[in-house]
Design a protein around this ligand. Sequence first.
Ligand SMILES: Cc1cc2nc3c(=O)[nH]c(=O)nc-3n(C[C@H](O)[C@H](O)[C@H](O)COP(=O)(O)OP(=O)(O)OC[C@H]3O[C@@H](n4cnc5c(N)ncnc54)[C@H](O)[C@@H]3O)c2cc1C
Length: 389
Amino acid sequence: MTKDKDAFPLFTTSDDHEELRAAVRAVAQDKIAPHAAEADELAAFPKASYDALVASDFHAPHIGEAYGGVGADALATCIVIEEVARVCAASSLIPAVNKLGTMPLILAASDEIKAKYLPPVARGEAMFAYGLSEREAGSDTASMKCRAKADGDGWVLNGQKSWITNAGVSSFYTVLAVTDPEGKRGSNVSAFVVEKSDPGFTFGDLERKMGIKGSPTRELIFEGCRVPGDRMVGAPGEGLKIALATLDHTRVTIGAQAVGIAQGALDFALGYVKERSQFGKHIAQFQGIQFMLADMAMKLEAARQLVYVAAAKSERGDKDLSFFGAAAKCFASDVAMAVTTDAVQLLGGAGYVKDYPVERMMRDAKITQIYEGTNQIQRIVMARQLLKA
Ligand SMILES: Cc1cc2nc3c(=O)[nH]c(=O)nc-3n(C[C@H](O)[C@H](O)[C@H](O)COP(=O)(O)OP(=O)(O)OC[C@H]3O[C@@H](n4cnc5c(N)ncnc54)[C@H](O)[C@@H]3O)c2cc1C
């Protein structure tokens, strides 16, 4: 057995990853954190955060060098999202949803589609969103009603998509629609790139949300929206398979977002308990407080490790990615909810008011248990993989 430290790098992040973390943290602290409360208060897209992310190439880090991106691996992309989420969850949806929207292209699109749509995202000139869910088809995605009907050499889309993150501010959309209404459920859906400027494509009003308020969420509405035939991503009928394969990879990024939100809340609470005095001493000196802090940090570290292992599996394309992606997202989001709730508790009354960021972090954490599949659905995904073995 070797005792050589360099021969045993498995359970640590690389120096490159940690240098990346330091670089993202600096940008997040200086350029993104100052706008987080305002983006939440005004429910306004944090353009200053977007500009700062573009200036530092952290807005869509997963896009490969062949398409003008920086080619960050899945773990590096998670670290970017985690560090941005530590100060502003809404801003972390910029790199996260750029990955979500483009992942179907990366997994399945023709070279022509990739060459056309990935470079503008890499350059920061366009954002990419992902339209799968519908009002009546959330968890049960295969029951979607949005239709794409063949029309000459193109397709005509009719229907709607609900709760789409970064809708309106994004130029491009991966949209899932039924192309064969008589076909087998789940195998009758295809994926398309739709451009914001396509005639017949409009948006619903901004959703008024509990958290991640700086990230616009809107319906996509298609009324006779014609797209050229070369905008299909993958083969006809492959759409849902591509959409679900995408989620295997991107659920890991939601796990990273959850870890970041929880870390931000823990860091703030740690500072507060060392300053706040009651009964003649800093509250950090009470064992009841110390035990809460220890539990928060323990759960958070377990979540981070699971997310990083899942990220490595995403990068390698391991067979058990479905299980690990679902487990990482489910566990980390439950931890984020618990840790942010405890952070509010540690601040007492100050935790409940907007003077401090932990109440925003608690509201922001909740969505991580819901989107990209609720945590009940993650358990179904995990059980399916367990029982298949
Ligand atoms: C802010 C926000 C942003 C979003 N962004 C996007 C986006 O960018 N793109 C996109 O396509 N979608 C997006 N969504 C949609 C999101 O993914 C769905 O809301 C989610 O998948 C749940 O669907 P639903 O809301 O229809 O809930 P439902 O499916 O109606 O579920 C209701 C409840 O029933 C439970 N449930 C359902 N089926 C089962 C089952 N079989 N077993 C046990 N429990 C079950 C659910 O877990 C949940 O608790 C977003 C949603 C929100 C709120």
